[in-house]
Write a protein that binds this ligand. Structure first.
Ligand code: ATP
Ligand code: MG
Length: 267
């Protein structure tokens, strides 16, 4: 008997189906690189991510299905707890430590958002330190028992720094967003305190703590530019842009600039 195919996602970037204990996703130019990366971090002991299982007869990529609950926005209250945030910080620390030292394949290909890289995008670092996830949106974090237990969807994994990767996680989970743009249970959250708790759970160094707020400011300014360009290039990004990103990202840029002193002080 063959397992039935259950569609997990068809409205986002990727059409994902579950077949028994596996998921099947379309093969993209970066798929082989991401599978090699997942195999490496798993070999180094970070197994809280899908296991790469090659391709199926239809030419789709095959990954192990990770059991649990994947939150969708707005985040449910349990996904916004202090313990969930701290657990995510510790999870990312283990990913980083496992990924450190990976010898990039010579033919590595990285994913990215659609659209031509617009003028004004500023680099977040001089030299990459490691390859990491770089897309910690709620739909890419698996929860179990109210806590993050695994990371999925490494489609935007690429060479980066620990700080740039952590800024991405903070954007989604602190979150780095104006109160009006947060999940209901985070509207009144003490974001500087949450950023500090996340930094502590990760074990950020003094140098990383000093760098993360400036990097986050550059990151959100880049998001505004690249999201606008992506909306021009791709219907899924167009929908996200028209459904709120167009207003939200400028608010985020302004809110983060205004809060940067408080965030840096808390760190
Ligand atoms: N290996 C997996 N194990 C369990 N669930 C998965 C797995 N891969 C994908 N899913 C489910 O399918 C959803 C979409 O998968 P994925 O994140 O890979 O695609 P996507 O189109 O990039 O999504 P998004 O645009 O929301 O990031 C996930 O949010 C999750 O619910
Ligand atoms: Mg995803």
């Amino acid at each position: 008997m063959t397992d039935a195919e259950e569609t997990l996602a068809s409205e986002g970037v990727t059409h994902v189906v579950r077949v028994g204990g596996t998921v099947r996703r379309p093969v993209r130019p970066f798929t082989a690189t991401v599978q090699a990366y997942l195999a490496f971090v798993r070999s180094r002991g970070f197994t809280d991510c899908p296991e790469p299982l090659g391709r199926d007869a239809e030419g789709r990529e095959v990954l192990s299905y990770v059991a649990g609950e994947v939150p969708v926005e707005p985040l449910p209250e349990h996904a916004t707890s202090a313990s969930a945030l701290g657990t995510l910080g510790a999870l990312i620390r283990r990913l980083h430590d496992a990924a450190d030292g990976w010898a990039l394949p010579a033919d590595a290909v990285w994913g990215g958002v659609p659209g031509v890289r617009p003028d004004g995008v500023v680099p977040l670092f001089d030299e990459p330190e490691l390859v990491s996830h770089m897309d910690y949106c709620p739909g890419n974090v698996v929860f179990d028992g109210g806590l993050p237990t695994a990371l999925i969807d490494f489609d935007l994994a690429r060479p980066t720094t620990r700080v740039a990767d952590l800024a991405n996680a903070l954007y989604w989970w602190a979150p780095l967003a104006a109160p009006v743009d947060r999940a209901p249970s985070l509207v009144e959250a003490d974001v500087p305190a949450r950023v500090r708790a996340f930094a502590d759970a990760y074990g950020m160094t003094a140098e990383q703590r000093a760098a993360v707020v400036p990097v986050a400011n550059r990151m959100v300014a880049n998001f505004l530019l690249t999201s606008r360009a992506a909306a021009e290039a791709d219907p899924v990004f167009r929908r996200w842009w028209d459904d709120g990103l167009e207003d939200r990202l400028p608010r985020t840029v302004a809110w983060l600039a205004a809060e940067s002193g408080r965030l840096a002080a808390a760190l």
